[in-house]
Design a protein around this ligand. Structure first.
Ligand SMILES: NC(=O)c1ccc[n+]([C@@H]2O[C@H](COP(=O)([O-])OP(=O)(O)OC[C@H]3O[C@@H](n4cnc5c(N)ncnc54)[C@H](OP(=O)(O)O)[C@@H]3O)[C@@H](O)[C@H]2O)c1
Length: 243
């Protein structure tokens, strides 16, 4: 069975959720070094402590602080860590948070050019952050860059055209980078959505800290309603996401 022995894995967004799950899986697969990076120093330290305490595989665990929405910060991180084998980019925030109530930012009928700067923050992080990584990363031969998204760009949901456009940009960026970085592999994971699920037009939501940005009253009903629509009958856990 292939393992990650001797491999260096960098997870940008690794302090929680899917990224943290990838860090655990990489250590279990005997990665030599796992570097987790995100913007909040305390969260990074806490995640490193959790990974170290779990004693998985014996690989080295390193934490770094980075603002993935800022090219200089990304460049600093990548210069600092040097050559790596695999990079996984999971940094993101619920861009709608600032526009509650009503998701006004991304809904077609309520979005405006004036508030589009809020959406720009999200694109700076999830789109331009990835561009900066692709520009400055030193990925070894045989390595990969893996991005994360949801399923909106594949299965558009009503009223969310603006968010769908952002998600679509990330998908087409993936195709472009696959050409530009070849033979380095570039892929995008859409929150564990599987072909069977996509046929049924159901996204596979993963139960992570991402949803903590929702107002508590809304979060509960949103996740409850979402779960009802999932074929698997439960919110996914990070270790169910297969890279
Ligand atoms: N979970 C799902 O079902 C789902 C569905 C659709 C799309 N997605 C997308 O998949 C990706 C991963 O989601 P997740 O569920 O794992 O979310 P999560 O648990 O909230 O993880 C997001 C990570 O991004 C980091 N982050 C946020 N802002 C950052 C910044 N400026 N610079 C660097 N790191 C930053 C966070 O750490 P810090 O706070 O320490 O910075 C955290 O480690 C996100 O892009 C999300 O939008 C997930």
């Amino acid at each position: 069975m292939a393992t990650l022995a001797n491999k260096i894995i960098l997870i940008i967004g690794g302090s929680s959720g899917i990224g943290f799950g990838v860090a655990e899986a990489s250590l279990k697969s005997f990665a030599k070094t796992v570097i987790i990076a995100s913007s909040n120093k305390e969260r990074v330290e806490k995640a490193v402590k959790r990974l170290t305490g779990a004693k998985l595989g014996g690989g080295e665990i390193i934490g770094r602080v980075v603002n993935a929405g800022n090219e200089e910060s990304i460049k600093g991180l990548l210069d600092d860590v040097g050559e790596v084998d695999h990079i996984i980019f999971t940094s993101g925030r619920l861009e709608t948070t600032l526009a509650f109530p009503g998701w006004i930012l991304i809904k077609l009928k309520t979005t405006t050019v004036e508030i589009s700067f809020l959406f720009k923050d999200s694109l700076d992080l999830r789109l331009w952050g990835v561009v900066a990584v692709a520009k400055h990363a030193k990925i070894r031969s045989g390595g990969s860059l893996t991005l994360t998204s949801g399923t909106l760009a594949i299965k558009p949901a009503p009223t969310l055209s603006v968010a769908i456009a952002g998600a679509g940009a990330l998908h087409t960026l993936t195709s472009g980078l696959a050409v530009d970085l070849a033979p380095i592999r570039v892929n995008i994971i859409c929150s564990g959505a599987k072909e069977k699920l996509l046929k049924q037009f159901s996204a596979f939501k993963v139960d992570t800290e991402l949803w903590d940005d929702l107002p508590p009253s809304y979060k509960e009903s949103f996740l409850k309603d979402t779960t009802k629509k999932l074929l698997v009958g439960h919110l996914g856990q990070p270790d169910e996401v297969r890279f």
